[in-house]
Ligand binder design. Sequence first.
Ligand code: SF4
Length: 434
Amino acid sequence: MSGNAKGAETTEDINKAFNAYKRKIYRALKDDFLKTALERAVSSFRKNRDAALAAFPEVEGKRERLLEIKDEVICNLADYVARAREALERNHAKTYYASDASAANEILADIIGTGKTIVKAKSITSEELEFNSMMEETGNLVWETDLGEFIIQLLGEKPMHILAPAVHVPRERTAKVFSEVAGREMPTDPEKLTMFAREFLRDKYFSADVGFSGANFITADTGTMFLIENEGNIRFATNAPEVHVAVIGLEKLMPSLSDAMLGLEVLMRYAGYLVTSYVSMISGPAKTGDIEKITVYGAHGPRELHVIFLDNGRLKAARDPDYREMLRCLRCGACMYECAIYPLVSGHWGYHYMGGIGVPWTALISGGLTKAAPLAYSCALCGRCKEICPAGIDSAKLIERLRRDLKREGLVPGFIRKMAEAVINTGTPYPKED
Ligand code: SF4
């Protein structure tokens, strides 16, 4: 792997990034709010996931079949993108291919323009584009509609988990920030807080110009996006505005509808759900043939559907015999709750993608080696995440490979290098501090 895949990183950059990261991690370790929130989240996630897997034991066999499908797609990504684009165009959607984040942002700027209001569904892929700040810089207003993302947006923070962005925010902090928005004291009762968000966002869907989303899967045969959710916000955001724009990472491709259904079952169960409240399947703009069987586009839902396929390093990762494994990730989040490190520091161990799996994703997709180098040394390499991962991803093995790449590129943080030298020279890992 080239050390400069995402910019010209230097050892000095790596040292600065490592020191800043170390300070952030130490702060997180002392944060009692964070500790409380993570303890609550880990315990309820494990209970839910165990119940879902026990209720549907056949998911294990489905998971194995899914892996074969995912691996076949990863080895032929370009073909699957071409097929999915063809299918979507056939369905009257417009499609685009973005080789990197800045290409995707140019396409988005062309489609959305300026002065628009956007209602946004949760999308970790959009973090790669820094979508919200990019849209705000171009004179648009973005409303996050997923409750967790909405909390994060009001707090001015970044998501700390790929599935539960506000996992680190206890109810007391949510009540505080909602009180500021509401202009009155809000109780810490989760139900009342949820009702406040519901009322606040309700009219935004219908006054917005654009709905923005990612997708959990997209099929090559029919161009159908699968969007899995519980809150109902994705349905509104992708259906009420005139225009729906989706940005989809290439790893979301599946050959067919039935394959995506298989992926859906596996993802739901490993994410801790017997079944989610909603699954939306979107293949094109709204249409009707009710008057003399003549097809008219823009019936009740969006008149336009724009789908941007985002590469941003994925094709390159797919060509690497080790790193390609990371593209199997379903974003179920299970590994983070089993990790020895993540529950202590949450998404502070990460850039756009977090935890162990977030390390190679940061290096190859969303940040480059400068961002990934400090993160690579937080992993204890225990391998526990592999045991629970539905995609069998060995994040520890990928991180070891990355550490070798960092060493070869001369991008090991000074502190870590000194530790390694101390072990070799003195048998103890504790170097003398400068
Ligand atoms: S690495 Fe595995 S367990 Fe972690 S989010 Fe991806 S699919 Fe889920």
